[in-house]
Write a new protein. Sequence first.
Length: 94
Amino acid sequence: MKKRIITYRQKIDSLLANADNISPEQWNAILQEHLTQIVFFQHERLVHLIVTVTFAAALMICNPLLYALTLLFLVLLLPYIMHYYTLENEVQKI
């Protein structure tokens, strides 16, 4: 997902840099695709936010029987937060 959103943002930046070479009909098609991509990325961002908050809340549960599971969640949560950070920033740039 990280590669996809960065590639898409670069594609949009390239289109905007060469805006003079694009006809109005092409712009309409680009706009429709762009709106679809934005909806997709925003949905992805919302899902990642919900999962991140849920995992963070699960870490707050201090039950001695769940310490191993809590540690596993913590290990998995850190890369997930880094992924969410990238996703959030790229959606804001688009």
